[in-house]
Design a binder for this molecule. Structure first.
Ligand SMILES: [Zn+2]
Ligand SMILES: [Zn+2]
Length: 454
């Protein structure tokens, strides 16, 4: 750890570099604000790409201020001049960063980028991204009728029509970078150069903050967010509209945060009549996430036994310490598909390395379920208190206790299983850069294959 970054930025030796980065952030927001104005968008995006590119030029002009610059960054100009140092090697190996360099050259030497505005229409009918998807130029967009024709017949189709969501989203895409939405591409590249600038400060013995705090008092861990600001993550949601396939209604969903300040009276009230002390559970020391899940489940059991119900909550953890909790309110399956995607952004923003979802659930043996039938719809279903924990490195852990409501409400013993298919958390795995385990996909393929023969 070096010295703190000077509060007065003009006294920082890398002030000019810091300012270009801040300018890029402002231009990115200008582009976002002009998303539906093609000329304004093009202008702001091109300015953002040029300004971002100038960060490394200006950094090279300050090489005198940075010890060991040639090894740390490099002095490569072209094949005949200079040699790549550590950072130049890293940036050169990154296809997105190379695209940024080429795009800036095209803007300066040839003219505009070839950016096009699309409407992406996709059907979401599970926690995995396996649904059909089409992209239509915004100017030609009339209706997603063609997409709806692709819904298969039979049990799969029935499931999709009943629980599926049609998601429409405006996107700007450049011809030579088809896999990225353009603002997202710039946000990711911005993150990579923010890391470079942070590292440049470390090189001269300064340490700018790695954590930032927003107005609502939440703190964010920049390295965990790929060095982007929270405003540059999930920026696509305001340009997204979701419709239930069952009745065509627009889906709105809410996420209630429990992080609001609890009064001392709230706390006393919550602690009354519990035979497990939540404070001991939440601030306890755990050696691994299985121990933690078992400890928390003991607390969920005592809350359930006192109240005879348990709300749905998501807990986020880092290094086995709780960092955030949210109450989750969903009314139906389509909402749940969407909210689990949205909650995955919280994992990215908070740098969580584990997440646990607790609530009441309907349970049914797979053998008693018809294809695509949900346990909630099965006549022989049973109620359970259930918590699922997924983590960045380990296997999923599920804790289950069956509920008896005849006469006195009671809970059966806790069952703990590891290594199940935690479909609901597919997007959390994506946030951690983990591949979806093969076994989950095989389960999904097996269901689909059975569907075709039914
Ligand atoms: Zn600085
Ligand atoms: Zn911002």
């Amino acid at each position: 750890m070096g010295e703190q970054h000077p509060a007065q930025s003009s006294t920082c030796p890398l002030d000019a570099v810091d300012r270009r980065l801040a300018d890029t952030h402002n231009l990115w927001h200008q582009a976002e604000a002009a998303y539906f104005d093609p000329d304004g968008f093009r202008l702001a995006v091109q300015n953002a790409i040029q300004t971002l590119r100038s960060v490394t030029f200006i950094l090279q002009r300050h090489k005198g201020a940075i010890p060991n610059f040639d090894q740390w960054y490099g002095d490569y100009v072209n094949e005949k001049h200079g040699k790549r140092g550590e950072w130049q090697v890293r940036l050169h190996a990154d296809p997105l960063m190379r695209w940024m360099v080429e795009a800036r050259n095209r803007i300066e030497k040839q003219g505009d980028l070839e950016a096009h505005s699309f409407v992406r229409a996709e059907i979401i009918a599970s926690y995995l991204d396996e649904g059909p998807r089409i992209e239509i130029p915004a100017t030609l967009f009339q209706s997603p009728r063609n997409l709806l024709r692709t819904i298969p017949a039979g049990a799969v189709g029935q499931h999709v029509r009943r629980n599926g969501v049609l998601r429409l989203q405006r996107r700007w895409v450049e011809n030579t970078l088809p896999d990225y939405e353009l603002l997202d591409a710039i946000a990711i590249a911005f993150g990579k150069l923010t890391e470079l600038v942070h590292d440049a400060h470390s090189q001269i013995g300064l340490s700018p903050p790695r954590m930032i705090h927003d107005d609502a008092g939440e703190s964010y861990d920049l390295p965990a967010m790929g060095w982007r600001f929270p405003c540059m993550i999930a920026h696509d949601l305001p340009r997204t509209a979701d419709f239930a396939l069952a009745d065509g209604s627009r889906i709105e969903y809410e996420e209630k945060r429990v992080s609001k300040k609890a009064t001392p009276a709230d706390v006393t009230n919550f602690l009354r009549d519990l035979d497990t002390d939540p404070r001991k559970v939440m601030w306890g020391k755990y050696d691994n996430y299985r121990e933690l899940a078992a400890g928390y489940f003991q607390m969920f059991r005592s809350v359930f036994l006192r109240d005879h119900y348990h709300i749905s909550m998501l807990f986020l953890f880092r290094n086995m310490k709780p960092i955030k909790q949210m109450q989750i309110i969903v009314e139906n399956t389509p909402q749940k598909y969407l909210i689990m995607r949205q909650l995955a952004n919280e994992v990215t923003k908070t740098g969580a390395d584990a997440a646990m979802l607790v609530g009441e659930a309907w349970m049914e043996f797979q053998k008693n379920l018809r294809l695509y039938e949900r346990p909630a719809d099965s006549p022989s279903r049973r109620e359970a208190l259930r918590a699922d924990l997924v983590s960045k490195h380990g296997d999923p852990i599920e804790c289950i206790a069956m509920i008896n409501r005849d006469g006195d409400v009671s809970l059966e013993g806790t069952l703990i299983n590891t290594g199940g298919a935690a479909f609901e958390f597919a997007h959390f795995y994506r946030a951690w850069g983990r591949p979806i385990p093969h076994s989950w996909i095989e389960t999904s393929i097996a269901v689909m294959a059975r569907a075709k023969t039914d």
